[in-house]
Design a protein around this ligand. Structure first.
Ligand SMILES: [Zn+2]
Length: 123
């Protein structure tokens, strides 16, 4: 977990691919493995009563494993595509000067998450 700023900075050069990528999805995806850990932790702690090592296992799974990353990516893609379909107003930033086809969003999210996991493994 080298911090979100490093992840965002490492992802920045990919912005050059804005014709093929969805940049907002890409940047959200680049910090999503950390984000999902933060988002689900209250549920794990208060609903399932997880502590210590078990809790840690979940964080590491989503943050540093390929399987966890793929699951996180699938969730994020689903959320973004639903948002674009059903909430035109909220999804405006996803459509601003970038490719927002389902394909572009899928590729962008997988790229962002893959880069995150790679960086976390290197540091
Ligand atoms: Zn991380």
């Amino acid at each position: 977990m080298p911090g979100p700023l490093i992840h965002l900075a490492a992802t920045a050069p990919l912005s050059l691919g804005y014709k093929w990528l969805n940049l907002l999805s890409l940047f959200i995806a680049s910090i999503f493995p950390d984000l999902i850990a933060v988002l689900i932790s209250p549920v794990l702690i208060f609903v399932f009563g997880l502590r210590g090592e078990k809790l840690n296992w979940f964080f590491t799974f989503f943050d540093q494993s390929i399987a966890g990353g793929a699951i996180g990516a699938a969730i994020l893609i689903g959320v973004i595509l639903l948002l674009i379909k059903f909430c035109p107003r909220l999804s405006k930033p996803f459509k601003w000067k970038q490719n927002y086809s389902a394909k572009a969003i899928t590729i962008s999210v997988f790229l962002g998450v893959a880069l995150h996991i790679l960086l976390d493994k290197l540091m």
